[in-house]
Design a protein around this ligand. Structure first.
Ligand SMILES: *Cc1c(COP(=O)(O)O)cnc(C)c1O
Length: 356
């Protein structure tokens, strides 16, 4: 016998590399290449350090109020957590307590199966079709809950709103979590469905479209009942999840709508340009509505390209997994960063004799 028999053993999620060196081109974790809103910098510069003596507001009231106003919801319909990873993990623990399996696609955010294992939730992965689309009937079966990323990751494509609504409507006996980490880059949000369906929880994040991955802010929106249950679990775990600085910085970001729209617009414009350029170089890309491109070259294996790029300190994401082992996930960087990527690929493929 050993104490190790009683350890909760988990295989952790593996995030993209965060290289220590400066001056690398980092297109591997879907961060935004532009800085947060200028008001966020102002908050940090003028912060009243003495206020840190005190615990933060455990209700995160100012940020909840700002987000509720932004999305046209009541304050009782918003829950804030330490990045959407924290919110999603908490939601799994709170809402997925059935003996029936929860459902999510075979190709999706690879944290879902990790949380299911961690919280000992049975789960079943439903294969996407050959175009990486959700097969609706796979979600019209008995289940203990559903989690879908829309737009999906790492594929980048969106599911039609009418399909999503049918899935939510048909599953009123379980909670449906919609992970909208990328929705600001051209997807359609399920937030308007919240008033119709008490079982719908929509999760968004400041990490991608708000350029604040380092600040760790994520949030959930749903019926007052769902949000109350989430808060009950949070206050049974750790009441002070969001620190005082983060609350103020988060509010500052939400208040500047014009800046938000400007940088999201820039990322979208770059994405569309790079898609065209990649097609010219022989890549097929999914119809991404996110801040990344999921691309496969017609002849050169993704693993080879991944390694060649990495040797030049251009970091993209590659998974040696079934069905997606010939794809690269390339985050959208600045115009200049994307030019460097395209220039390298053009030379590399030219030398391989893949371009005439
Ligand atoms: C990035 C990402 C998240 C988590 O982001 P946080 O930084 O924890 O807010 C959640 N879901 C998907 C699909 C993501 O890509």
């Amino acid at each position: 016998m050993s104490w190790e028999n009683n350890v909760r053993r988990v295989v952790p999620y593996v995030a993209g590399e965060q290289p220590k060196k400066a001056n690398v081109i980092k297109l591997n974790t879907n961060e935004c290449p532009y800085p947060p809103a200028p008001e966020v910098a102002a908050i940090l510069h003028q912060f009243d350090y003495d206020s840190l003596r005190k615990y933060p507001d455990q209700n995160v009231s100012d940020l909840v109020a700002a987000l509720a106003e932004y999305h046209g919801l009541s304050k009782q319909q918003v829950f804030v957590g330490v990045g959407s990873d924290d919110v999603l993990s908490m939601a799994f623990m709170t809402f997925f307590n059935s003996d029936k399996p929860i459902l999510f696609p075979d190709i999706t955010y690879s944290f879902y199966d990790v949380w299911a294992e961690l919280h000992r939730i049975p789960y079943q992965c439903q294969p996407l079709d050959d175009n990486f689309c959700i097969v609706k009937k796979d979600y019209l079966i008995e289940n203990g809950g559903i989690v879908l990323a829309n737009p999906n990751a790492p594929t980048g494509n969106v599911t039609n709103m009418s399909v999503l609504e049918e899935i939510i409507q048909a599953n009123q006996e379980s909670v449906v979590i919609m992970d909208e980490a990328y929705v600001d880059f051209g997807g359609e949000s399920c937030v308007p469905l919240i008033e119709k369906y008490e079982n719908l929880l929509v999760v968004q994040t400041f990490s991608k479209s708000r350029s604040m991955a380092g600040m760790r802010i994520g949030y959930a929106m749903g019926s007052e009942k769902l949000i109350k249950y989430l808060n009950d679990v949070k206050f049974s775990f750790n009441s002070y999840t969001i620190n005082t600085v983060t609350i103020a910085a988060g509010v500052a970001s939400v208040k500047n709508k014009a800046y938000f729209q400007e940088i999201v617009g820039k990322v979208i414009a770059t994405r569309e340009r790079v898609k065209v350029e990649l097609a010219r170089l022989g890549f097929a890309c999914t119809d991404s509505k996110t801040n990344f491109i999921f691309a496969s070259h017609k002849t050169v294996p993704a693993k080879e390209l991944f390694e060649a790029l990495r040797a030049q300190e251009i970091y993209v994401r590659y998974w040696n997994k079934p069905r997606i082992h010939n794809y690269l996930r390339i985050s959208i960087g600045t115009e200049k960063e994307m030019d460097s990527l395209l220039c390298f690929l053009e030379n590399y493929l030219g030398e391989c004799g893949e371009l005439q």
